[in-house]
Design a protein around this ligand. Structure first.
Ligand SMILES: C[C@@](CO)(OP(=O)(O)O)[C@H](O)COP(=O)(O)OP(=O)(O)OC[C@H]1O[C@@H](n2ccc(N)nc2=O)[C@H](O)[C@@H]1O
Ligand SMILES: Nc1ncnc2c1ncn2[C@@H]1O[C@H](COP(=O)(O)OP(=O)(O)O)[C@@H](O)[C@H]1O
Length: 289
């Protein structure tokens, strides 16, 4: 019986501009996706029962809505395979955190089942299956840090400087759909070039997220003295880039102290991660072409 354990890395949006809106309501973005060496882990086991079984459910997410199940079903429908698998998710990433956790779980499901079941699908086919699952899924299937346009499906690989990040989750769960439906969100930022983006630390969702969630505002204000702190995606996580692991570890210790000294008012969770130009998933798996 074959088994496989694969990473589902997190992403950060190092910058995010909203440049317009499509006729279906989806927002047109320009963003720099930075992959991290930190995330969930997905364990796969071949099963004689056709289809997908999950070892555990995620609170508040119905089985058929779980992005892992939706990704597996997309693969099963496309290939017509009668193979089966039991999947066990070790969840570390906060939901609604702007770290792309659910999207990365879905991408690892596509890449992992392709290997477990020896389906031989190319990355191009897997990326096509990824698109309807969510705007963030294709970048995790492609497996490189990227400059993205459109709604996140037009991707170009980028080589980002080797940096460490302290990532702070201030507590709230931000729904991507509801943040994007806020009336006064900036939606007409002039498009920039990829090279300009490399030095930009701006996120068009940040002002609205700070106003709607005082916990995000508090976390960004606290983090700002350590470096160019900003929001990832639509939040709720905020982050700060650092040049050394030691600096990041020192800030992480300070965050843990803050949590312990504010009578539970600051329900902060945090981690330190290294930015990767290639996804830890693609380094681990026998990568399809
Ligand atoms: C904004 C970004 C930036 O990385 O990140 P998150 O903060 O969610 O991680 C993403 O593009 C999010 O991608 P993802 O989380 O996959 O969103 P989806 O499931 O595709 O969309 C959820 C809902 O958000 C809105 N949506 C999403 C993406 C987009 N470019 N424009 C939108 O208006 C739509 O209302 C959609 O129904
Ligand atoms: N396997 C999954 N892991 C996390 N969230 C999932 C999963 N499947 C479905 N979801 C839904 O997707 C939403 C967005 O989750 P997530 O991708 O973690 O956040 P974000 O898009 O902010 O990075 C969750 O609130 C949840 O309702």
């Amino acid at each position: 019986m074959s088994t496989l354990s694969l990473p589902c890395p997190a992403k950060l949006n190092l910058m995010l501009n909203i440049t317009g809106r499509r006729s279906d309501g989806y927002h047109l973005l320009q963003t720099l996706f930075q992959l991290l060496d930190y995330g969930d882990t997905l364990h796969f086991r071949d099963s004689a029962t056709p289809g997908i079984q999950l070892a555990s459910s995620i609170e508040g997410v119905a089985h058929e809505d779980n992005l892992i199940v939706r990704a597996a079903n997309a693969l099963i429908d496309y290939t017509g395979t009668s193979r089966g698998a039991l999947l066990d998710l070790e969840k570390h990433l906060p939901m609604g955190g702007g770290l792309g956790g659910g999207s990365s779980d879905a991408a690892t499901t596509l890449v992992g089942l392709n290997q477990l079941w020896s389906l031989g699908l190319s990355l191009d086919v897997l990326a096509r299956l990824a698109e309807p699952l969510g705007a963030d899924v294709p970048v995790f299937v492609r497996g490189y840090s990227a400059w993205a346009e459109g709604i996140g499906e037009r991707l170009e690989p980028v080589t980002l400087p080797e940096q460490w990040f302290v990532v702070l989750h201030p507590g709230p769960h931000v729904s991507t759909a509801s943040l994007f439906s806020t009336p006064d969100l900036p939606r007409n930022t002039p498009p920039i070039s990829r090279d300009q983006a490399l030095t930009l630390t701006h996120n068009d969702c940040e002002q609205v997220a700070r106003r709607l969630y005082p916990e995000i505002d508090d976390a960004l204000t606290w983090l700002a003295p350590f470096g160019p702190a900003r929001l990832t995606g639509t939040g709720a996580c905020v982050f700060c880039p650092l040049t050394s692991e030691q600096e990041a570890a020192n800030i992480l210790r300070r965050i843990q102290q803050e949590r312990d000294t504010h009578d539970g008012r600051r329900q902060w969770q945090a981690f330190v991660a290294k930015g990767c130009n290639t996804s830890p998933l693609h380094i681990t798996v026998d990568s399809p072409g």
